[in-house]
Design a protein around this ligand. Structure first.
Ligand SMILES: Nc1nc2c(ncn2[C@@H]2O[C@H](COP(=O)(O)OP(=O)(O)OP(=O)(O)O)[C@@H](O)[C@H]2O)c(=O)[nH]1
Length: 678
């Protein structure tokens, strides 16, 4: 039962007192048993079996030892000292006239003769005298015609007292005291009951073994209630078979013990159902199955406790209990309770077949606005607004995975914190979703029964977007799964369109060979930057860059190799710039670089860095150098075109002065530059 407790109760603080209490109860039980055994010893003669209405006849677990048979005819036996004699008196209630069987589980004695009363003799049994017939069951008397028979039929007449004499050899092959012979007396119907319950017992023990093995292999506590239940029902079957009565003190009423174990069996079955409710994902079908089974289990229990009135269960009830145990075991294997350490049960739910619901015009318009969202944060904010408006304020958390990092956004701080706390348990199933159908979702359920639905929203490999909704507890969800699926499906469509638009916009802005900005895009971006700097009265510098003697490279290595070198040099230039600098391929082997918020002096430092990096770049088949021209904004009237012209002219001056150098335009006149020669 410990497994139903929250883990904090398993800490030392609670565990120690619990263990002490259990030890105390066990000690108490042992003391009572010892007291019972001691009290039992004071009874001189164990009771002899007698019949009543409720117990027509029962066998005393102790046979009464007698010094010699009372019958004078039996004293004619040779070597009487080799044998022990026992007597069993049976009184069969007048209401019962069925045949009775005396069953021995084991016969380790060379001689075991049963002297039966003479009435109801059958013709093929040996008659010794008028009063008794002998049934030889000892090991020495076994032969092909008398095989190992352990069961004899007793010719008992209703309402009469029967005296049974048992003669055994003193030595037994296993030195087993006769008092401990496992023998039982059954009516014929009881015997069948015994055989059936023995088979059931085997099945239950096999299931118990399988369940305990599963619990060990999976290292999970979740199968333990089932283990306890199967143990209880196995114990019940053992008790019903009668074997248990020989292991317990005589003064305990076996009927009461069986009743107690029966109630324990039913209670543990109920505990198993509760456990299944707790640890499995509850679909309407499972709810129906589990509720029905729990009702049957409760009905059985109340029926037994109140109607059957403290007696041993009937055969149909035992059969029902066993069937219930089998179905409980099957349920456990079919519903597969979640793993240990996993705070959630996690299930993949395949996408619904039904068509998407058509949303209102207003909703579609609000979704379409997603197209205009360039900024990621604005986009997530907008998605959250839509979910708020559409899903009746169902808490939602957006999980973004970008640059190996998870970012959470939500309008509900509580929901965000909850996901944040258990992030690793959420993300590992969520990241499996992109491999599934787009409408598939993950259903998480925590131990309190709260559901979480996880969806994958986009197909962008660099930036994955997931949505986790908190629809509510068990089946009392605020929204239907279909509503959530419809919404996600629409968001996915829009995000895809948005992503494609952005992709093509980006493609149109880039130079196809080098991947740098193209001229048009450079003009758009650079004009905005210059305008922004002008407003804040900050300088902007512009560099015009040309690769020296590129024709020679082409001529020597061919045009394709020239292309590769051009790309490599372009990347070398880009990598020696700051993040805010804009670089574009101006044409051929020429590049323009806008350096925002950069004075002429800072511009010369950056230009020099670019020049030296390319000069030192040795991976190309021949040394490559750059000629650069610098211009800087000086006042209100500066335009981008003017800057480019001035920097271009300065670059030509650099070519004229020997290449592999920087020349500054007139706008940088206050600079006193000193460049290394050639
Ligand atoms: N491989 C390749 N070559 C290009 C590309 N664009 C322009 N060129 C070549 O670059 C060379 C430019 O030659 P020029 O303008 O004479 O100048 P240069 O040889 O670099 O000499 P200087 O500018 O005086 O240092 C031409 O041969 C063009 O064919 C290109 O995309 N790929």
């Amino acid at each position: 039962m410990m497994v139903f407790l929250p883990r904090r109760y398993l800490s030392g603080r609670y565990l120690q007192p619990a263990l002490s209490a259990i030890c105390f109860l066990l000690l108490l039980q042992l003391s009572l048993m010892a007291w019972g055994a001691a009290a039992n010893k004071t009874i001189a003669t164990p009771p002899v079996a007698t019949g009543t209405i409720n117990h027509p006849v029962s066998l005393s677990p102790y046979l009464v030892p007698i010094t010699s048979p009372s019958d004078s005819l039996l004293q004619t036996e040779s070597e009487p000292e080799r044998y022990l004699w026992y007597q069993l008196n049976l009184v069969l209630s007048p209401d019962f006239s069925t045949d009775w069987l005396l069953v021995f589980s084991r016969i380790p004695h060379p001689v075991l003769d049963i002297y039966l009363p003479e009435n109801k003799l059958s013709t093929n049994e040996l008659s010794l005298n008028r009063q008794y017939q002998i049934k030889r069951m000892g090991v020495d008397s076994l032969s092909a015609s008398n095989p190992d028979v352990r069961t004899i039929r007793l010719p008992l007449t209703s309402g009469q007292t029967h005296k049974l004499l048992i003669k055994v050899s003193k030595q037994s092959s296993r030195n087993l005291a006769p008092e401990l012979w496992p023998a039982s007396l059954y009516s014929l119907s009881e015997y069948r009951y015994h055989a059936l319950s023995a088979s059931l017992q085997t099945i239950m023990l096999a299931m118990l073994g399988a369940v305990l093995a599963t619990a060990l292999i999976k290292k999970t506590y979740l199968y333990l209630p089932l283990g306890a239940h199967l143990s209880a029902i196995s114990l019940l079957l053992v008790a019903l078979n009668g074997s248990l009565f020989r292991l317990i003190p005589y003064n305990i009423d076996p009927g009461q013990l069986v009743s107690t174990v029966t109630v324990l069996t039913m209670l543990s079955a109920l505990a198993c159902y509760l456990n299944l409710f707790r640890v499995t994902r509850l679909t309407p079908k499972t709810i129906m199955t589990l509720s029905g089974a729990t009702l049957v289990a409760s009905g059985l229990m109340f029926g037994f406790v109140f109607a059957v009135d403290n007696t041993v269960p009937s055969l149909p009830l035992v059969l029902l209990l066993c069937l219930q145990s089998i179905s409980l075991t099957l349920l456990h294997y079919l519903l597969q309770p979640g793993q240990k350490k996993q705070p959630f049960t996690v299930n993949l739910i395949k996408g619904a077949e039904s068509k998407r619901r058509v949303f209102s015009q207003h909703f579609r318009e609000s979704l379409l606005q997603l197209n205009q969202q360039d900024d990621n944060n604005e986009l997530t904010e907008h998605i959250l607004d839509i979910i708020d408006g559409t899903l009746h304020k169902t808490p939602a958390v957006l999980l973004q995975y970008e640059n190996n990092e998870w970012q959470l956004s939500s309008h509900s701080t509580k929901a965000k914190q909850q996901i944040d706390r258990e992030l690793e348990h959420f993300v590992s199933p969520l990241t499996q979703l992109p491999d599934h159908d787009s409408d598939d979702q993950i259903h998480f359920q925590d131990k309190q029964g709260n559901s979480f639905w996880g969806f994958h929203l986009n197909d962008d490999a660099e930036r994955q977007l997931f949505l986790v909704l908190f629809p509510g507890k068990y089946q009392r969800e605020t929204i239907t799964r279909q509503q959530a699926l419809d919404l996600c499906s629409h968001i996915k469509t829009i995000l895809k369109a948005n992503q494609q638009t952005r992709f093509w916009q980006l493609q149109a802005s880039l130079d196809p060979l080098t991947g740098l900005l193209n001229r048009n895009r450079f003009f758009q971006e650079a004009e905005q930057q210059i305008e922004a700097c002008k407003q804040q009265q900050l300088p902007c510098s512009l560099l015009f860059v040309d690769i020296d003697d590129f024709k020679r490279i082409n001529d020597q290595f061919g045009h394709p190799a020239g292309d590769r070198i051009l790309v490599e040099i372009a990347h070398q230039i880009r990598d020696s710039l700051r993040q805010q600098d804009l670089i574009a391929r101006y044409g051929g082997e020429e590049f323009v670089i806008l350096l925002p918020v950069t004075s002429a002096w800072q511009g010369t430092r950056i230009a020099e860095r670019v020049r030296t990096r390319v000069e030192r770049y040795t991976a190309s088949p021949m040394p490559v150098t750059l000629s650069l021209g610098l211009a800087v904004t000086t006042g209100e009237a500066d335009s981008l075109n003017q800057l480019i012209n001035e920097a271009d002219n300065a670059m030509y001056t650099a070519k004229k002065h020997g290449k592999n150098r920087l020349e500054a335009g007139p706008s940088c006149s206050d600079l006193r530059l000193s460049w290394p020669e050639g």
